[in-house]
Design a protein around this ligand. Sequence first.
Ligand SMILES: N[C@@H](CCC(=O)N[C@@H](CS)C(=O)NCC(=O)O)C(=O)O
Length: 222
Amino acid sequence: MIDLYTSETPNGWKVSITLEELGLPYTVHPIALSKGEQKEPWYVALNPNGRIPTIVDRDADDFAVFESGAIMVYLAKKAGALLPTDTKGESLVLQWLFFQVGGVGPMMGQANVFYRYFPEKIPAAIERYQRETRRLLEVLDRRLEAQEYLAGDYSVADIANWCWAHAHAWSGVDIDGLPHLERWIGAVGARPAVQRGKAVPPPIDLGAQDEKTPEGGRKLLV
Ligand SMILES: N[C@@H](CCC(=O)N[C@@H](CS)C(=O)NCC(=O)O)C(=O)O
C-alpha cells in the first residue's frame, strides 16, 4: 500500500494519475497548501523541499519518495509498466519526463504566478514566462506530429507533460495552431485512469479550492 500526500495541482496529479494507470492501491492524504501543511515538521521529514507530492511505500519499509518525477519513475519500476526497461527506450521516456520537470513545469508555474497571483502586474515577467511556455508547447507539438505519444508507447512522460500542458489556459497561453498537441491533450485526457487521477484529492477535502483563487495562490508566494 502507498500513502500519497498531495493537493489538487498538476504536480500532484502526475502521481495520482500514475498510480491509477498502474493499478497500485493507495491512500490519499490531502495537504492544504494555503494552510501551510506542507511546511509542518512532520511533512518536511518526508519531503525536505516542503512541497507536494510525496509518497510513502508501506510495503518497502516506509520508504519515502519526494519530487514528482522521481516518484513516477519509482512507481513505474515497482509496477513494471509506463517505463521501458531497455536502455534507449528508458532514456527516451526520461528525456521527455525531464523536459517537463525542468522546463514545462517551472515555466508554466512562473507564468501562473505572474499572470494570476503576484500582487503587482509586471508585464515583462508575464510576457517572458508566457512566451517561454508557448515555445515549450510548440516543442511538444512538433514531437507529436510524427508520433502518437511522446516517447514510444504511452508512458510517464505523457502523464507528466499532460498534467501541465492541458492547463495552458490557466497560464494565459493558447494552443492555437498546435493541432498535434491538441489531439494528444484530448486523447490522454480521455483515458479513464487520467480522469480518476485528476479527481484526486476531491476538492471537498481542501475546503474551497483555495489554491485556485488569486488570494489562495498569493499565500504560497512567501
Ligand atoms: N519539483 C517539485 C515541485 C513541487 C511543487 O512545486 N509543488 C507545489 C504544488 S504544484 C507546492 O507544493 N507548492 C506549495 C509551496 O510552494 O509551498 C516536484 O515536481 O515535486
